[in-house]
Structures are given as structure tokens and as C-alpha cells.
Design a protein around this ligand. Structure first.
Ligand SMILES: Nc1nc2c(ncn2[C@@H]2O[C@H](COP(=O)(O)OP(=O)(O)OP(=O)(O)O)[C@@H](O)[C@H]2O)c(=O)[nH]1
Length: 389
């Protein structure tokens, strides 16, 4: 990408532990074709970046190592200082930041792309260019399991892994589905379908050992905070459903897929059956019975990867926002209806979902017409559940 902006572009690599972030970083360093890359990593010892490679290829550029703690917790401090220092005092063409497997991409993006009210302004020195998320195709479905949580050193270890994973898929410009050598083609198609529903705007590439051309993730000009927030899959599905467009179906189609991934021993032992990927919107005007709805919510409907939206619940003037990632679900007040007509609008994204069953289960929780408000006890919201482990 050619630009008159002289600030070096920044690429941020996110992804859960072991997805292949360091593998990607080393690839970029190996294949950078003479461009001067500076690198920020959390902890050299742990991430095993080839420091010699950085020295050999980029003696004039630099590397910042942040030990003790994860990048997203240190945004106010040495990360920003280090980045500004690198950009101003070294001859660099681009900067690559490897976030730790427990970092959340959205606060990193916000801090690097928006001038702060006070303190050092990174946007004067660098330009946030590309948010990349590396996915582990082999571990993908396990990460959505109930009980999968973050390591104890994470900023919020109670936070379910599925939530961090979904956020890193929804908020990125480029998605690398890595470790493709370890899963069968149909499962790979299913993962690709799900992530493109979660983030229709992202460029999606299937990779083995993160083997990509660096131009896919460096100096792409793709980052756009507003567009990234606006075009998240569930918002897109909601907009499409309002304008009458039908939801699209990514059922596995061998002819369409056209992949040729060599099978190996790991792949042979893989235990997951692929299902058609789909999304739909559940929309009702009638309110939910609070207790019944809250009871239902903690159960994860089969095949649902993501559910998000607003709910009309009897006995409260509050809008109840619902946020599900895998088995983890939260629902609670996010404001009042005010002049808006109360309604339920929920987007479901998943693979192998039984739409009829999900809809009829929810319909069973709707209050009967003619029921009066004094029939409900105190609202059970907010509720939070990570599902059964
Ligand atoms: N089979 C297979 N293994 C891979 C692939 N990519 C990376 N690996 C291996 O997976 C392991 C983890 O890769 P890393 O690059 O260290 O992952 P990471 O995301 O940096 O891990 P953390 O720093 O712990 O968060 C290493 O042993 C890699 O060699 C791939 O495409 N296929």
C-alpha cells in the first residue's frame, strides 16, 4: 500500500495461547524482503522469537521486550513509550506487536489509534495499520467449550476463553486460520464459515505454520476503527434482516471449497463433525417471562457459537442486553427503552443450529397475552454463566 503518511504502520498480532503468533512473527522477519521491521513482544523467553533473526535482519531497528504482565494492561505505560521511542529514534519501515495470548485486541487498538485525553499520544508517531488474529484450527472448537477459561495471569482470569476468542475474531482486519494441516477439510470449511459470519469484513486466509506473504498483514491500510465496530457479524446480520435480506448459508460444499490440504496423522485423529454454518435473527414484540427466560439462558443451544442482541423482559423498563460466546452467557440491563418500542432482537451465529428448536424454546418463555405486570417477582438480571464444564 502506498501512502503519503510518513508514520510507520503498526500491525498487532492477537490470538489465544499457542495459536501461532510467534510462528507468524518469525515468518514476517524471515520474509520481510529488506524492509526494516521493529518488533514488540511480551516476553522473549516465553514467546521464543528468534532474536538473532531480528538482530541479523534489522540491526538498526529494534525490539522491545515487555516482561511481567500482558500488553493490554500496560498500554498506559512502557508499551506506548517504547513504540514512540522506536518510531522517533530508529529507521523503521513498520512495527509489529505480538500481543500475549491473553491480551484483548480492542483496548490495544483504541489506545494506538485514538489520541488520549492526557499523556503520550502514539498516533503522532505511528499509524495503526492492521489488526491480525491468528486462530488455532485444531483447538478452535475446544476453546468454545464450557469451562475453558483464561490462565491465572490474565487481566480477568474469570473471563471465559470463548469471549476473548470471539472478540479477537470480531475485531480484526485479517484472520489467519492456522494449523490447517491438523484438521480435515470439511471442518476447516466450517471454521471459515463461522468466522466469516462473525466478521464479514475480515480477510480470511487458511495457513500452515503461518506461511503468508507479509504484504497480507503489513502496511495494508486496512485498519478502520469505526468500520470494524460497525461491520461486526451480528450487527451486519441484524441490518440485513431489517432490510429483508435473507441470511446466507455456508453449508459445506465440496465443489465450492476446492481445498487440498494434505492429510497427516494428527488430522486422522481429529474428532469433530462439521455442520452447516448459518445465522438468523429471532425477533418478537411480546416480552419474556423473566424467570423462565433466565433459566433457559444458562443452557447453550446446540451449535450456537455467538448470540447477541436486546431482549424485552416483562416487569422491567430496562433493555436487557444479551451476550453469548460459546457456553458463556451474560444478560443484564443496558439502558431503558424510553421512546423505543420494546422488542426482542437476537442474532444467532453457529454451525449445525436447529433454528426451529431454538425459536420454539424461546417462544415457550414468552408471557401469555393478557398477563399483568404484578405477576412477576424481582427481575433476575443481570445473570452471568460460563456453562457447565
Ligand atoms: N502442526 C502445526 N503446528 C504449528 C503450526 N503453527 C504453529 N505450530 C506450532 O504450534 C506451537 C505454538 O506456536 P507459537 O507460534 O509459539 O504460538 P503462539 O501463539 O505464539 O503461542 P503463545 O506465545 O504461547 O501464545 C509451536 O510448537 C509451533 O511450531 C501449524 O500450522 N501447524
Amino acid at each position: 500500500m502506498t501512502t503519503t503518511d510518513e508514520r510507520p504502520p503498526v500491525t498487532v498480532i492477537s490470538g489465544v495461547l499457542g495459536a501461532g503468533k510467534t510462528t507468524l512473527l518469525n515468518r514476517l522477519l524471515e520474509n520481510n524482503r529488506g524492509s526494516r521491521l521493529a518488533v514488540v513482544v511480551n516476553d522473549m523467553g516465553e514467546v521464543n522469537v528468534d532474536a538473532d533473526l531480528i538482530e541479523r535482519e534489522n540491526p538498526e531497528t529494534g525490539l522491545i521486550e515487555l516482561s511481567n504482565g500482558c500488553i493490554c494492561c500496560r498500554l498506559q505505560g512502557d508499551l506506548v513509550e517504547g513504540i514512540v521511542d522506536l518510531a522517533e529514534n530508529r529507521e523503521i519501515d513498520a512495527l509489529v506487536i505480538e500481543a500475549s495470548g491473553i491480551s484483548e485486541p480492542t483496548p490495544i487498538a483504541r489506545r494506538l489509534s485514538q489520541p488520549p485525553e492526557e499523556g503520550l499520544d502514539p498516533t503522532e508517531a505511528v499509524r495503526l495499520d492492521t489488526m491480525v488474529t491468528v486462530l488455532d484450527a485444531y483447538g478452535f472448537w475446544k476453546e468454545f467449550d464450557a469451562g475453558a477459561s483464561l490462565p491465572s495471569e490474565a487481566p480477568d482470569p474469570e473471563r471465559p476463553l470463548a469471549e476473548v476468542l470471539v472478540q479477537s475474531v470480531e475485531f480484526c482486519d485479517v484472520l489467519l486460520i492456522n494449523k490447517c494441516d491438523m484438521v480435515p477439510d470439511d471442518v476447516l470449511d466450517e471454521i471459515t464459515g463461522v468466522v466469516s459470519e462473525l466478521n464479514p469484513r475480515a480477510t480470511i486466509q487458511e495457513t500452515e505454520y503461518a506461511d503468508i506473504d507479509p504484504s497480507l498483514v503489513i502496511d495494508t491500510g486496512r485498519f478502520d476503527y469505526e468500520a470494524a465496530s460497525r461491520s461486526v457479524g451480528w450487527k451486519t446480520a441484524l441490518r440485513e434482516s431489517r432490510t429483508g435480506k435473507t441470511s446466507h448459508d455456508h453449508a459445506t460444499d465440496e465443489e465450492e471449497a476446492g481445498h487440498d490440504h494434505a492429510a497427516d496423522d494428527d488430522e486422522a485423529g481429529y474428532n469433530h463433525t462439521a455442520h452447516p454454518v448459518d445465522s438468523f435473527v429471532y425477533r418478537r414484540a411480546r416480552p419474556f417471562d423473566p424467570e423462565m427466560f433466565a433459566d433457559r439462558l444458562v443452557e447453550q443451544p446446540a451449535g450456537v457459537v455467538r448470540a447477541k442482541g436486546v431482549c424485552h423482559v416483562a416487569g422491567t423498563d430496562d433493555v436487557i442486553g444479551l451476550n453469548r460466546a460459546g457456553a458463556a452467557v451474560q444478560a443484564g440491563p443496558i439502558g431503558e427503552w424510553g421512546d423505543d418500542e420494546p422488542r426482542t432482537e437476537l442474532v444467532f451465529i453457529g454451525a449445525g443450529m436447529d433454528r426451529e428448536e431454538i425459536e420454539s424454546t424461546l417462544d415457550d418463555c414468552l408471557v401469555e397475552p393478557g398477563t399483568t405486570a404484578d405477576e412477576w417477582g424481582p427481575t433476575p438480571f443481570p445473570i452471568e454463566s460460563v456453562g457447565e464444564a
